[in-house]
Ligand binder design. Structure first.
Ligand SMILES: [Zn+2]
Length: 602
């Protein structure tokens, strides 16, 4: 259902409600970090040299900070002490840092250390890694957590270059979203350079016992030594993906494209840190069935990293475009049947998200209203899949050829710039719709961007393979035995469709029969486990409980653990079990996952 909507009057230069900075007065151009990685105290310590342009002769440079301990700030090359003050602490946002600079000054140096519980940083014990021998640390800066480890203008609309000197324990490798070396440095000293301007949420660091493997001329993977072989197998097509993406929407702009596979506490599937995607090990399924995630993070090299959402209200401009692009890469590499499977599963997820949020909810608009909220709240399927289907709908109206010309031009004309919803609408009107009211009426742009739910004109996809999988679920519910089901040659996605087509609340006998034949409880595939455990939880199937506990303890990817905790809290025994597991699992989750589960178990 979709209500009639009016075009809203949105500001072309909307201020970023999640940053204290005033980049229109004084804007950062480069940050040089010099940090020591202290695994004993769980902190980063050193200084940040910040170059900025004072555009208006402002008396201060305003930066975002959260939980940073600042000991001294100087100005100029000769490091004269300078006065600074903090604004009031605001939930999620931290505190403004006002640095009162002299006229003509364009450099400040901030001496600081991070808090041991800095929200962006995750410090892992050796036991929490695959190799079990060395500690590991990584950052997750999106959406507004960069300010917990780097004082900066922490809004996606501000772009700057950066460089860094990082010192870490001598046996470990340090990596950043920058030009990386591929070898371990015996002295623990690493230098980084990111010559292209990026937004703060794309600053990233990881330190651990990792090794590198190159795939092709500009692609490769970093992973813990015990994981490396499996990662090499899983990502073998990476170079082909980069080449295919470039053929679609223009040359890859960032030099190398590498992936680091992190320990399982990483809260997301992947994070598109430029030059170095951070990825969850839960995509290493052993059969390359989950590599669409790499296509997704790679696609962000255009949509997000190159053309960046100006504020988090415009998040769909990052994610909707990336989902559309991801699917085009998958189609180019693996054919349209496979791409359709991914689309159908995605659309089904979108439908259930809309159902959960309510089909009149403002949170189902593409353009979000996140003022006074943690922008992390906006990161549900809507920006991703509704955004993707908006673009697919446009494609179905104008045709693929025109769509591709439009997108290629969009990326090249806005490279290294930011984009907000109002600007995009104007650009779309000017470059694709050209005032053609028949086309505009078919696209129904306002219904998508400012209206709730899934608009009635949405493009729809079918997949014969998934329909067959769903029909087997039906057959089972009608009394067929598991051994009578036609499941030969099924891929991960057909299994997922099968599990998702089974009703909630199967009898214990039904669950046991399925498990006996298909061994879901002991599957090595996290996607299948996540769907399966939702059935075992709904049916209070005790034989799966030990594996469920193990899964919740070892995996910190929010996409998996949130639905499982949600399913558990529906009953009293479930909630008791969830609380018991969470008591020891929590320490293994990143802060963004902790925050979500804390709220669920309140
Ligand atoms: Zn994404």
């Amino acid at each position: 259902m979709s209500q009639p909507t009016q075009p809203q009057n949105i500001d072309h230069n909307e201020p970023d409600v999640h940053s204290f900075a005033k980049p229109e007065e004084a804007i950062i151009t480069h940050i040089h970090l010099n940090l020591n990685v202290d695994f004993d105290k769980h902190l980063l310590m050193g200084f940040a040299k910040i170059n900025f342009k004072n555009l208006t002769g402002a008396d201060r440079l305003i930066l975002d900070t959260r939980d940073l301990e600042i000991s001294r700030i100087t100005q100029g090359d000769d490091e004269r002490d300078v006065k600074f003050t903090f604004g009031d602490e605001v939930k999620f946002l931290g505190k403004a840092l006002n640095i009162f600079v002299d006229k003509g000054v364009s450099l400040v140096t901030i001496y600081y250390k991070t808090a041991p519980d800095a929200a962006a940083l995750m410090w892992l014990t050796p036991e929490q890694t695959a190799g079990k021998q060395f500690p590991f640390m990584f950052s997750q800066s999106q959406a507004i957590l960069a300010r917990t480890w780097v004082p900066c203008q922490d809004g996606p609309g501000v772009k700057f270059t950066y460089s860094a000197d990082i010192t870490c324990p001598s046996n470990l490798m340090a990596l950043m979203s920058a030009e990386n070396d591929t070898l371990v440095h015996k002295d623990g000293k690493y230098h980084f350079n990111m010559p292209q301007p990026i937004s703060s949420y794309l600053m990233a660091i990881a330190v651990g016992d990792v090794r590198f493997h190159a795939f092709g001329k500009n692609t490769g993977v970093y992973a813990e030594p015990v994981m490396l072989e499996r990662c090499i197998y899983e990502f073998e097509d990476m170079q082909k993906m980069v080449d295919a993406a470039g053929e679609l929407y223009g040359e890859y702009a960032w030099g190398r494209y590498d992936v680091i596979v992190l320990p399982p506490s990483f809260p997301f599937g992947g994070m598109e840190n430029p030059r170095l995607t951070f990825a969850t090990p839960t995509i290493i399924a052993g059969d390359r069935s989950l590599v669409a995630l790499v296509a997704h993070e790679l696609a962000h090299s255009w949509s997000g990293n190159l053309v960046t959402n100006a504020t988090w209200n415009d998040f769909w401009l990052n994610e909707g475009f990336t989902m559309y692009f991801e699917n085009r890469i998958m189609e180019k590499l693996y054919g349209s049947d496979y791409a359709d499977i991914l689309d159908v599963l995605g659309f089904n997820e979108l439908e259930s998200t809309v159902k959960e949020l309510g089909d009149t909810s403002a949170d189902t608009h593409l353009y979000l209203q996140l003022k006074d909220r943690d922008p992390d709240d906006g990161m549900n399927d809507i920006a991703y899949i509704k955004g993707q289907f908006f673009l697919k709908t446009i494609e179905s109206v104008v045709g693929r050829e025109k769509m591709d010309v439009f997108l290629k031009k969009y990326f090249s004309e806005h490279a290294f710039q930011s984009m907000n919803t109002a600007k995009f609408i104007a650009y779309l009107n000017e470059n694709l719709i050209h005032g053609d009211t028949a086309v505009a009426n078919k696209i129904k742009m306002n219904d998508w961007i400012f209206g709730p739910g899934i608009p009635s004109n949405s493009f729809r996809v079918n997949s014969v393979l998934l329909e067959k999988a769903a029909s087997q679920a039906k057959a089972f519910m009608a009394g067929a035995l598991p051994k009578e089901l036609e499941t030969k040659g099924w891929s991960t996605h057909e299994w997922l469709q099968f599990l998702r087509s089974l009703p909630e609340g199967l009898s214990k006998d039904q669950i046991a029969a399925l498990d006996k034949k298909f061994h879901f409880t002991n599957s090595g595939n996290c996607e299948i486990l996540c769907d399966w455990f939702q059935h075992t939880i709904a049916s209070s199937y005790l034989p799966a409980e030990a594996q469920l506990e193990l899964f919740l303890t070892n995996v910190g990817r929010r996409k998996f653990i949130v639905p499982l905790y949600k399913a558990l809290v529906k009953t009293q025994e479930g909630k008791a079990f969830a609380t018991k597991v969470y008591a020891h699992a929590r320490v293994g989750y990143h802060s963004v996952a902790q925050q979500t589960i804390d709220d669920l178990l309140k």
